[in-house]
Design a protein around this ligand. Structure first.
Ligand SMILES: [Zn+2]
Ligand SMILES: [Zn+2]
Length: 195
């Protein structure tokens, strides 16, 4: 039935009711509209939703780790499961890919221009080098990741420690301090700037 036919029909019904000497006539018309979304579009919506959910989970896993404001410490199995989920959701091949994606989105959304303030060369040179020791919680098989390259910092590996006690691979933190920022990427502890 076309809209015109429908209106004509409704008017006819009204006339008939008025003919019955009714004093008042309430007419309630409700229109139900069904919007059809193509199946592919529906699948894309579901996928985007799932991706968003996963990225939020990843943000929590990476940012808060197991011990609050510290290096990324995650049980190996959890890390592997997250990697598999990221591949399955089409967010890239690795956790690193997903983190890059997250960073890009955040930068696009904030429109923030990042100002580069490198640390003083002398303060970079003075950073302490330490050897990773077993931390005595082997049972949980937690792995400690360098937040830059996401590679494991295994027992026996030489790492660089910031004065705030956060640890990273030497080359990774040095590149950051020289080219990006004088602050610890985990806690924003400030190293002296400029020479
Ligand atoms: Zn690294
Ligand atoms: Zn720190």
């Amino acid at each position: 039935m076309s809209t015109d036919d429908l209106v004509t029909f409704m008017l006819q019904v009204c006339h008939r009711m008025i003919g019955l000497n009714r004093k008042k006539l309430n007419l309630i018309v409700s229109v139900r509209k069904v919007v059809t979304v193509p199946y592919e579009e529906y699948l894309a919506m579901l996928k985007a939703e799932k991706q968003q959910e996963l990225l939020e989970q990843l943000a929590v896993m990476v940012r808060y780790g197991r011990h609050g404001n510290s290096n990324i410490r995650v049980p190996r199995q959890e890390w592997q499961e997250m990697t598999a989920a990221i591949r399955e959701a089409g967010l890239g091949n690795s956790i690193r890919d997903a983190l890059d994606l997250m960073r890009q989105r955040a930068m696009r959304e904030s429109g923030e221009v990042i100002r580069v303030v490198p640390a003083a060369a002398t303060s970079i040179q003075a950073l302490e080098k330490v050897t990773m020791m077993s931390d005595g919680i082997d049972d949980t098989e937690e792995i400690i990741k360098c937040i830059f390259c996401l590679e494991e910092m295994a027992k026996g590996c030489e790492v660089t420690r910031m004065p705030c006690s956060h640890i990273f691979h030497g080359p990774c933190i040095e590149k950051w301090l020289k080219e990006r920022s004088h602050m610890c990427p985990i806690c924003r502890f400030k190293l002296p700037t400029g020479d």
